[in-house]
Design a protein around this ligand. Structure first.
Ligand code: PLP
Length: 435
């Protein structure tokens, strides 16, 4: 039986309307290397979205393969509850270096689980400190934090939430976000024009909030929108003054995507919790982590009989194979100077997206930061993003626009010639779809 028929007999693909496969079947992957995928029909495609934003170091990095095999020769997974090992300790030592005071690491598997953990830790810490009235969360309008129920409650993308509203937690969303197109925008440095309205909203909730969660600097699923670093600075200041935790969901932005290890570094702020995922293992294995401070950790630290322990677990928490890869990712990032190369090539990516806008005359709001460039289609084409995706495949790119937003988020070590190829394909795919 043909491969696609066998797939559709059983597989229910994530985030897909399965009926779409009647007319455009799933891409059948044979292999992947660097920034390219190879299909079983031999066609090569540029992975322009780094496979849902996780393949930061590209596909099949030989050093990551060796690290995986080396760990597999020792052991692949032993429950992390009562045990430890050299690999996970070395990884936590590296993670603890990311932010000056966040030296405690709690592991999970998917990004959404890390978000759940950070939110639960915040609530639990307040509960243990006699702050039981602090039960609410706040997030940003247009933000996204994952699909599990607490993470979805903090996400403001109607399409993903609607059917589940009845079981989601009430979360208040911050509006009037000072969006920018680049770090050159005056709002980037100073968002005082927007702040009074935001602060008024914040003040209404100051006594009941446990935490504010946000994607620092870039809202990924909310169409790659970039906001002012000054907004982040002011939010950190306000949360500190009001004894409210700040949770930075760096699942998409972490490990170099915006040019620094953490997007929080743009604002030189330190949150109370950082959620990491995706790039943590460069998309090799599911691993996520929450970083927090000694202060938060100490709130839970007591004799067993006090029942203060954080009794949250996932089977694969601290998985050794994933840990070995994550540790190697740190090495490769240093050896290949990944953050410096993102900073160097960021403008090149942007100029290429500008070229797409100029050649097609169909894009507006061209924006960029680090190794992300995006722009919005100016004309209404039904399901424009999906049509562009389909048209880009025969041309040689796996583009996956978000609604009317065209974006590139390629592996951080993608060559400039591949970016040029991607530019040409994007222009042709847009023209084919819209003209
Ligand atoms: C900012 C952010 N948070 C959380 C998640 C959820 O991560 P996962 O899909 O690994 O559960 C995502 C996924 O795209 C994300 O972009």
């Amino acid at each position: 039986m043909n491969l696609i028929k066998r797939d559709l007999n059983h597989n229910w693909h994530p985030c897909m309307q399965m009926k779409d496969f009647e007319t455009f079947p799933p891409l059948s992957i044979k292999s992947a290397e660097g920034s390219y995928l190879t299909l079983t029909n031999g066609q090569k495609l540029i992975d322009a979205n780094s496979s849902w934003w996780c393949k930061s170091l590209g596909h099949g990095h030989p050093k990551l393969k060796s690290a995986l095999l080396k760990q597999a020769e020792q052991f692949e997974h032993v429950m992390f509850g009562n045990t430890t090992n050299e690999t996970i300790i070395a990884l936590s030592e590296k993670l603890a270096e990311l932010s000056p005071n966040l030296n405690k690491v709690f592991y999970a598997s998917e990004g959404s689980c890390a978000v759940e953990i950070a939110l639960k830790m915040s609530l639990h810490a307040n509960y243990l400190q006699g702050q039981s009235h602090r039960t609410k969360f706040m997030a940003l309008k247009n933000g996204y934090h994952g699909e599990t129920c607490l993470a979805l409650s903090a996400s403001d993308l109607g399409l993903y939430r609607k059917a589940y509203e009845s079981i989601l937690q009430p979360v208040s969303f911050i509006d009037h976000i000072p969006y920018v197109l680049s770090t050159e925008d005056p709002l980037w440095e100073d968002c005082s024009t927007h702040w009074p309205k935001i602060e008024e909203h914040l003040n209404q909730h100051s006594k009941t909030l446990s935490a504010i969660i946000l994607e620092p600097i870039v809202q990924g699923a909310g169409n790659m929108k970039i906001y002012s670093k000054d907004f982040l600075i002011r939010l950190r200041q306000w949360t500190t003054e009001n004894h409210i935790h700040l949770i930075a969901d760096e699942i998409m932005t972490g490990f170099g995507r915006t040019g620094y290890a953490l997007a929080c570094e743009h604002a030189t702020i330190e949150p109370d919790f950082i959620c990491l995922g995706k790039g943590l293992t460069a998309g090799w294995l599911p691993m996520s982590a929450v970083l927090t401070s000694q202060n938060i950790y100490d709130i839970f630290y007591d004799d067993y009989a006090t029942h203060k322990a954080f009794l949250h677990s996932h089977t694969h928490s601290g998985n050794a194979l994933a840990a070995a890869i994550a540790l190697e990712c740190f090495k490769i990032t240093e050896e290949e100077n990944i953050y410096a190369s993102v900073q160097k090539n960021s403008e090149y990516l942007y100029k290429n997206m500008q070229q797409v806008a100029e050649k097609t005359r169909l894009l507006q709001n061209v924006r960029y930061i680090g190794f992300i460039a995006a722009a919005d289609l100016m004309i209404e084409v039904p399901r424009a993003g999906y049509e562009i995706y389909k048209n880009a495949i025969p041309l040689g790119a796996f583009l996956r626009p978000l609604g009317n937003t065209i974006y590139w988020l390629p592996p951080l070590n993608t060559s400039l010639s591949t970016l040029d190829e991607l530019t040409d394909i994007t222009i042709r795919a847009i023209q084919k779809t819209c003209l």
